[in-house]
Design a protein around this ligand. Sequence first.
Ligand code: ADP
Ligand code: ZN
Length: 735
Amino acid sequence: MKHAAPRPAGDLLLQPAPRAGVLLPLPLSGAYDYKLPKGTNAARGLLVSAPIGPREALGAVWGAAEGSVGDNRLKEAVPLAGLPALSHKLCDFVDWVASYTLSPPGMILAMVLRSAKAFAPETMRTAYVRGGATPKRLTPARARVLAVAEDGLARSVPSLAEEAGASPAVVRGLIESGALAATQLPEFAAFAVPDPALAAAALNGDQRRAADALKADVAAQRFAVSLLDGVTGSGKTEVYFEAIAEALRRERQVLILLPEIALTVQFLERFAERFGCRPAEWHSDLSSKERTRTYRAVMNGDARVVVGARSSLFLPFRALGLIVIDEEHEQAFKQEDGVIYHARDMAVVRARFEQCPVVLASATPSLETYVNALSGRYAHRRLYGRHGAATLPVTRLIDLRHEKTEAGSWLSPPLRDAVSATLAAGEQAMLFLNRRGYAPLTLCAGCGHKMTCRDCSSWLVEHRYRKRLACHQCGYETATPPRCPACNAQGTLIACGPGVERVAEEFGVLFPQARVAIASSDTMHGPLQTQAAIRAMARREIDVLIGTQIVAKGHHFPQLTLVGVIDADLGGSDGDLRARERTFQLLHQVAGRAGRAEKPGLVLMQTRNPADLVMAALAAGDRDAFYEQERVFRERAGAPPFGRLAAIILSSHDSVAVQEAGRTMARAAPAAKGVKVWGPTPAFYHLLRGQTRERLLVQAERNVDVQAYLRAWLAAVKVPNKVRVAVDVDPVSFF
Ligand code: ADP
Ligand code: ZN
């Protein structure tokens, strides 16, 4: 046997292949062992392509390999070329969220690796500039295209065609003739860099103090949580813009989380006015291309400011220097499907891993945040009053028990009078009702049959303009039937209660001369019409806006002086722990729309419970009185944030199996000090999308490790495969 020449010690060929535990973006219990090409530095976060079954998956080196399987039996994962790894901070965050939410870590990694294409090698794209040749035949369309190309910018065929108002064939003809020449550009246009110095506001005293404190946190690159607390119009946005400017000066990235991405156009424009360009966006409506472009730019640091929905929290920022969560109390931050998590709470955790400050902005903070600010755990930065001449509106209650209103009428005489006066003064009014459609319930006057969803335990909501009944839980729709499906009588179906469309109908009869629009997320209008209605209101092209909670948020209507709340009791005391808080927040926010400029505002709320805590606090304009009583109430009840809650939701198409699984789980609940288990009970929507749902609720004292309790419990029971088990730690809704 011939001996190979001796090789120097440390030669790669003599060493075994490096191996590592690789986490894949799949619902697996943990990382899987792979070998890596020789010479690979298997650092945590290194992105690899790993074979799994018949396909390749994107994954990340997560830690040391655990098994002792021989090299020949391990599959090889190959590092992706030329790409940054995920930071250790981000990997640690993924593990933390997985553990907190009791989710497989791979499912959290899947939220990080949201754009698979972003990891493919960067390609070039062909664009065209003016070429040397002159076309023989110069039609008007050709001339327009060449005129567009005159500025020397390289453009794609579609954008040349669009800008010139010509067909792509015209552009291609010019390319063939040599009048346009091809050039290669990077696949994606670069992001503009916001200019921190462009248009800073001259802050007032409160604003300056708050901004300075936030800027100091940004400058120190330290973890700190601040509640930026002030009524709408107090300048919270201006203040956190200063913190953003500070982060930009220090070349750090910023994440701004907003609750409803549909409402960001105004925000993006305002940002552009302050910083000279729009920020990058991240939400579910992005095209796959935009997604790839933004993801890459976030990863390499070129996207300096990202505005996004909750999923943007998992983006791989290169140098995150600040997180802002605007309207931090909004429930939209809670993700209820798949991995159930609260983006506000997880943002605070991410900031801790990144060692950067986080700002929670709200006029009506969540009780959790309020208590944290009160106890000093969060810094409390308060802005008192509105900026400039704007004053806070006066709120008055209209006691519907004493106001005589005829049946089928939703506007009481005092509200009608106030609308008349407002219109006579040439000012604007808004009527608010948090109910979409025409009527929330349709029933048969003959037999009493209620029209309900085929798949859910919810009423079908009539949408009269579209002549349809719709389920607002699952989207099921059907034409309004001519006969009652139960007793077959004709013409007996009647609408019960008001939705915004019905209020608009009555309004039209009362005030035929007023210019009015409806804004609701799903009327016949749709989101575009809603945006148009809101714009028309802001430009004073209409007199009255009638809307659902979509009108409550963030809009600035300078001429709006009257807000009428049709039913302030809606969503009131229905046993839900947070019902009072939510009602207060929503009504406070709606009221805040009135009198934002120089003219004072009036808010009229129709209620049957004027003595209720929420109503009394609103009428008195005493926000802190509400918070204080709610705090005491929660503390006595051991409710969050003074105690902890977690829900287990079981669901299945097999209703018997779900109920059986619920009982099995309840019997298996471990006894533990400071822990109570409630249920199983049918969930609020005990039928949802055709699935039967049961809930169990864990209530624990604050020092209890709820996750450990849940893990032990879940490990002790075997639930049949057809029953899905979801864990909701810190539930905010109870559906
Ligand atoms: P909030 O975010 O608290 O609702 P904004 O930051 O949107 O308040 O401020 C409300 C309005 O007042 C905006 O039009 C804003 O530009 C204006 N504003 C607030 N503070 C100032 C200031 N210091 N100088 C000039 N305009 C201001
Ligand atoms: Zn339904």
